[in-house]
Design a protein around this ligand. Structure first.
Ligand SMILES: Nc1nc2c(ncn2[C@@H]2O[C@H](COP(=O)(O)OP(=O)(O)OP(=O)(O)O)[C@@H](O)[C@H]2O)c(=O)[nH]1
Ligand SMILES: [Mg+2]
Length: 468
């Protein structure tokens, strides 16, 4: 659980067959599983073949841990090597394979002090455990087949989730929804391959034309499924990082005031001096469940100051990466020179300072009017932001979303499908096709960390009767 997603992904993407006893479980690992610092309780975990005996060496209670019924808490004491009391604890045993890691697992709930937990961990290490690497418990869960790679990644997303939607997405991924989708795609690819191989093995003249049409349709359907999953990549970025909303406009328009208003506290300095904000300031807000990354920027004006010009360059850079732009202007002054009246779907024009008299030139403009001083119109602005987000399809309708690693695998799979489609049309040769489809299969399998494609193919072929 402490290892980064990328590292976990790397571990699983090779052909390290799940459940290889040589690799996993040889060593017993221990770690403090709760965050550092003071708390009512903390959790120390031990996992591996010697977990229970190590637990036995450090525990004093009515019963020895080896005799504990699985999953029941037992009160006792943890003692050091020399027999000194370290803490009063609750210990539970989770026997393999019915544990988080799939190995024998010991959980020690102790008092949540930095020194107490460190001493308990030290006692575990002295009794024969090795300090766990980041993410090693979840890694073992994956290697032992307790979860697929997407689920292991979901554990991390779950911990990091900052909004309801992100949490829901992580929970669904943890439940295996993404894994299921991937498994379906793999199943379809395997079917296709099986038919092709049958054509290679049992047919003299290659694929019959009518059979070819069916296979082509199947290939197109697999391709469409992969493309649909790939399209959720933006949702994934938004769920994890938030929709990028950039507040920009002339100096003194009230950009920083708006950021503070939407955040609910005085994050940025506000003043009537033009050019107050010199740098880009970013904060995340939870807008009714949607994570929004708000960026306040340096006001746009012709400036002679190097620092301010650098700030304005940063504003322009942020605008290029924006999902949505809030163009804020001060309605008490005339529209700025070169004012762009036509705004696209990614931009909302906002006239600020509605508590003050409006400059007559704004009269026929139906842009949103708000006041950062009174809060007038802010609810409407929030509604507008949310509606633009859903119009641009930035808000994930279903919470299923892929991450960067999944996207890389799926892109490769899609390319391989496209190559297969090409050879289908051009050469009609099952051999060429199967090379590309195998590549697609491998790439899709990497998403969930499946290895041993050969074995699965064998089992599918086993279901075919000769002649088909
Ligand atoms: N009356 C009134 N004053 C406002 C409103 N919003 C902002 N102000 C004032 O306008 C001035 C500029 O506000 P800022 O939020 O600093 O403006 P800004 O766009 O960030 O300005 P720069 O950082 O210089 O680009 C401050 O004096 C604010 O108090 C509003 O809705 N009504
Ligand atoms: Mg400002």
């Amino acid at each position: 659980m402490h290892r980064s997603v990328e590292e976990t992904a790397l571990l699983g993407s090779g052909s390290s067959a799940a459940g290889d006893p040589e690799v996993i479980g040889a060593e017993t690992i221990a770690a403090i599983s709760t965050p550092a610092g003071e708390g009512a309780i903390a959790l120390v975990r031990i996992s591996g073949p010697n977990a229970i005996s190590i637990g036995g060496k450090i525990f004093r209670g009515k019963e020895a841990p080896a005799k504990f019924a699985s999953r029941l808490q037992h009160l006792g004491e943890v003692v050091s090597e020399s027999g000194n009391l370290i803490d009063q604890v609750m210990m539970s045993i989770h026997r393999a394979p019915a544990s988080y890691t799939g190995e024998d697992l010991v959980e020690i709930s102790c008092h949540g002090g930095t020194l107490v937990t460190a001493k308990i961990l030290e006692a575990c290490l002295r009794a024969g455990a090795r300090a766990a690497r980041p993410g090693e418990f979840t890694e073992r869960a994956f290697l032992n087949g307790k979860m697929d790679l997407t689920q292991a990644e979901a554990v991390i997303d779950l911990i990091r989730a900052r909004t309801d939607l992100a949490l829901r997405s992580a929970t669904e991924q943890l439940e295996g929804k993404l894994g299921e989708k991937i498994a379906n795609i793999r199943g379809d690819l395997l079917d296709l391959l099986a038919h092709l191989e049958a054509a290679i093995d049992f047919s003299e003249e290659g694929i019959a034309p009518d059979e070819g049409d069916t296979l082509r349709a199947r290939l197109d359907s697999v391709r469409a499924q992969i493309a649909a999953l790939l399209a959720t990549a933006d949702h994934g970025r938004i769920l994890r990082d938030g929709v990028r909303v950039v507040i920009y406009g002339p100096t003194n328009a009230g950009k920083s005031s708006l950021l503070n208003r939407l955040l609910g506290y005085e994050r940025v300095i506000v003043s009537d001096t033009h050019g107050t904000t010199r740098d880009t300031i970013e904060e995340t807000v939870n807008l009714r469940g949607v994570p929004v990354r708000l960026l306040d920027t340096a006001g746009l004006r012709a400036s002679t100051s190097d620092i301010e010009r650098e700030g304005i360059a940063r504003t322009e850079h942020s605008l290029q990466k924006a999902d949505l732009r809030l163009h804020i202007v001060d309605r008490t002054t005339a529209p700025p020179e070169q004012f762009a009246q036509t705004v696209d779907g990614n931009e909302i024009l906002v006239l600020n300072k509605s508590d003050l008299a409006e400059h007559p030139e704004w009269k026929n403009n139906n842009a949103l009017r708000i006041s950062c001083v009174t809060g007038d119109g802010l609810a409407d602005l929030e509604n507008e932001i949310l509606s633009r987000i859903s119009k641009q399809n930035l808000r994930p309708e279903n919470a299923l979303a892929i991450n960067t690693r999944h996207r890389d695998c799926l892109r490769r799979a899609l390319e391989a499908c496209d190559r297969a489609r090409k050879s289908f049309d051009e050469t009609f040769s099952p051999e060429y096709l199967s090379v590309d489809l195998n590549e697609a299969l491998g790439a899709v399998g990497e998403v969930i960390g499946t290895a041993g494609v050969e074995q699965i193919l064998d089992s599918v072929f086993g279901q075919f009767c000769i002649g088909k």
